[in-house]
Write a protein that binds this ligand. Structure first.
Ligand code: ADP
Ligand code: ASP
Ligand code: MG
Length: 476
């Protein structure tokens, strides 16, 4: 059946120009005999604005919340009107957009009266982004001659009830995908659904967490045993580091599932951390591609990457972390002590990234979050506790770190001017990570990038692009 899942991020559907470009990419796949299932994010920045509207309403600022909604309504209406001109589809899509915004306004008004923003209400509010974008994209595709059919993602992606970070229920998703998506694909239709949004078994709206549309794409790909999962974004693929920090970052042509998962977990925003899981289970290649440069071959993520002469594939950064030091007297560092500490993090549902212990202290790093004062209060029943925010974890990933002598020395020589707070090398054979002040993160990345990507292996990195840039610069 040549089924491919194509997930398009916020910038790939941000306005009519982007949506038309996306339609052309999908149409190209159809012409090449592929059967796409399309997953789209909310239009760029819409999720942030919906969260802002929710926060305003929760503070009783009804006017402010409705003003944000009204601006969003105008943006979506304008996009729909520009993309869908044929009758009666034009009136239908504007009507649908209006109905969705009317529902959103009702929720915001209710929230402004009750002032109680629960995770459940937050998910309901942000869900409008993908609900509406997917409607508009489906209609725009149809206008361009693609046999698209809108599918409500909440009828396919079933999760538990952990609002804001819900976990998928794989077997239900598989059944639903086969019931709701497969028949359309068999009829040569193109299903279009929103990413990120889902529902629990009772039908209440949930979400997969920020950036979760990638995860939706992978879940659908896994459920339908697609031949590929394509993640279309605004960069040429997985780069040697975030190109916003290092403009001379190079495209990585090929990485392993393990490397990509590590990079995503440690902050490479280009992929949601869970994206790789469904792909690994069914051994489906994941491609990261640029919707603004569709001719570029992107990054291919597969189970076994070829040997690479460079030690690292990419550098990721995770910001907004806190470090917690738990200091006990020697007497207390006994059997069972660590489990008591971890039980507290577990109670507050807080994931720990890195741990380092000494005779009398345990240092842990966690995402900065609102529960930190409560966690510290609970920990202080066991020992003295200090915590500090504004930390960043720098993570170098590559399968060829394995067995290379002296690599740590080279890494720390490259950042010798930066104060390193914590180091972890043992956790995974394919990553080396250390913690620094958040303000030093960009400088550290640039120094490491300059040290390790001077002479990259052309079999793995797109060195041609760099040569062309250098040539263009020298001719100026
Ligand atoms: P989308 O909206 O398409 O999901 P995101 O903004 O979530 O896109 O992710 C793409 C962004 O990820 C890029 O614009 C880039 O700034 C950032 N990024 C961070 N690390 C990397 C990396 N190693 N390679 C590519 N992009 C990265
Ligand atoms: N729209 C959601 C977000 O901004 C999901 C996504 O884009 O992947 O987090
Ligand atoms: Mg994303």
């Amino acid at each position: 059946m040549n089924l491919v899942v194509m997930k398009f991020g916020g910038t790939s559907v941000e306005d009519p120009v982007a949506i038309r470009r996306t339609a052309d990419i999908v149409q190209g796949r159809v012409k090449n005999g592929k059967s796409p299932v399309v997953v789209v994010s909310a239009m760029a920045k819409v999720t942030d604005q919906l969260l802002r509207a929710a926060a305003a309403a929760a503070q009783g600022d009804r006017t402010g919340a409705l003003a944000i909604s009204s601006r969003l309504r105008a943006r979506h209406r304008d996009a729909a009107a520009e993309l869908v001109k044929k009758n009666p589809h034009c009136a239908e899509i504007i009507d649908l957009v209006d109905q969705e915004f009317d529902s959103l306004d009702d929720v915001l008004r209710g929230l402004a009266a009750l002032l109680d923003l629960t995770p459940r209400i937050s998910d309901l509010i942000v869900s409008f982004g993908e609900r509406i974008s997917s409607r508009i994209v489906a209609a725009a595709f149809r206008e361009r001659g693609i046999h698209s059919v809108h599918v409500d993602a909440r009828e396919v992606i079933i999760t538990d009830s952990e609002f804001q970070k819900a976990a998928p229920v794989d077997h239900l998703i598989e059944t639903r995908a086969q019931e709701k998506l497969l028949p359309l694909v068999k009829e040569r239709k193109v299903p279009v659904m929103g990413g990120f949004i889902a529902s629990n078994e009772d039908g209440t709206t949930t979400t997969l967490g920020r950036g979760g549309s990638d995860y939706t794409g992978a879940l659908v790909g896994g459920a339908l045993a697609a031949e590929a999962i394509e993640i279309w974004t605004d960069v040429d693929g997985i780069m040697t580091t975030d190109p916003r920090v290092c403009p001379d970052a190079l495209r990585v042509k090929i990485v392993s599932f393990e490397e990509a998962a590590e990079l995503a977990y440690f902050g490479a925003k280009v992929l949601h951390p869970a994206t790789i899981l469904p792909a690994v289970k069914k051994n489906i290649p994941v491609l990261v591609l640029n919707s603004k440069n569709a001719a570029c071959e992107g990054t291919r993520i597969i189970s076994l990457a070829p040997h690479c002469k460079s030690p690292f594939k990419s550098i990721a950064v995770k910001k907004k972390l806190s470090i917690i030091d738990v200091v006990a007297s020697r007497m207390l560092m006994t059997h069972g002590y660590l489990s008591q500490i971890f039980a507290i993090f577990d109670k507050h549902r807080c994931a720990v990234d890195m741990v380092s212990t000494s005779e009398v202290s345990v240092s842990l790093t966690v995402d900065s979050n609102a529960a930190l004062p409560e966690i510290a209060a609970d920990l202080s029943k066991l020992a003295d506790v200090k915590y500090e925010g504004k930390k960043a974890l720098i993570c170098l990933v590559g399968e060829d770190i394995r067995g290379q002598n002296g690599m740590a020395a080279q890494v720390f020589a490259a950042v010798r001017h930066i104060n390193v707070r914590m180091i972890s090398q043992g956790a995974s054979e394919i990553n080396m990570s250390f913690m620094i002040e958040e303000d030093d993160a960009d400088e550290a990345v640039r120094s490491l990038h300059a040290a390790f990507f001077q002479d990259p292996d052309p079999a793995v990195f797109d060195v041609e692009a760099r040569k062309q840039l250098e040539k263009a610069a020298s001719s100026l």
